[in-house]
Design a binder for this molecule. Structure first.
Ligand code: ADP
Length: 201
């Protein structure tokens, strides 16, 4: 079975997780880029071995990747950061596509927070953007994470802009309303994707 792949993206606090769970409630398989990015460097993985071969054993802490040590190693070092991204990104892309294609549901949702930033539109048949005015995005993120405004603003400044995301969208969810509004939009899109999946080979 080859499932139709939908890429779900949106800025921090836009509601990606909330939306993804509403699709999961309808039996749709989720494949989460952040989880896979951790899997490909888990203890015993080829990814972790490559990192240790390249940067040395000081990247390990009790057999697992020492993320702080790795961050310190690539911080302000564009060449090493590029090396790391060239290692990890293809593994994440391949794993996501394989899992998506193997999904048992009629279509699968690839949850990729940095889809637009990393230009991953070609991995999926359609890009679904969860959209929210930036001020509300800030407010919801601050209240979820108890972070101060400056930190959330900094994270947002390093992500794609609302306009860039909207330009990449095939489908849109407006998460400016309440959770009932959100559920209605998810149901409408779910029906649409089921129809598309029916004509997908
Ligand atoms: P993301 O995964 O994109 O970072 P979340 O799904 O975690 O975003 O949503 C951010 C926060 O906003 C969470 O605390 C979530 O419960 C809340 N939230 C999501 N959608 C709504 C909504 N329509 N109304 C109010 N709060 C919402």
């Amino acid at each position: 079975m080859s499932a139709l792949l939908i890429g779900l993206t949106g800025g921090i606090g836009s509601g990606k997780t909330t939306v993804a769970n509403l699709f999961a409630d309808r039996g749709i398989e989720l494949i989460d880029a952040d989880i896979i990015a951790r899997e490909v460097v888990a203890p015993g993985s080829d990814g972790l071995k490559a990192i240790v071969d390249h940067f040395g054993k000081e990247m390990l802490s009790s057999g697992a990747l020492d993320r702080a040590a790795l961050r310190a190693r690539v911080f302000n070092n564009p060449q090493e950061l590029r090396w790391l991204n060239n290692l990890i990104h293809p593994m994440v892309r391949t794993t996501m596509t394989e899992r998506g294609k193997a999904a048992a549901s009629p279509y699968a949702l690839l949850v990729i927070p940095l889809l637009v930033e990393n230009g991953l539109q070609s991995l999926v048949e359609r890009v679904l953007v969860v959209d929210l005015p930036e001020e509300e995005q800030l407010r919801r993120t601050m209240s979820r994470d108890s972070n101060d405004r400056a930190l959330v603003e900094k994270i947002m400044a390093n992500q794609a802009s609302r306009e860039q995301r909207l330009a990449a969208a095939d489908d849109l969810i407006d998460n400016g309303g309440n959770l009932a509004d959100l559920n209605t939009q998810v149901e409408r899109l779910h029906q649409h994707y089921l129809t598309l999946a029916g004509s997908h080979e």
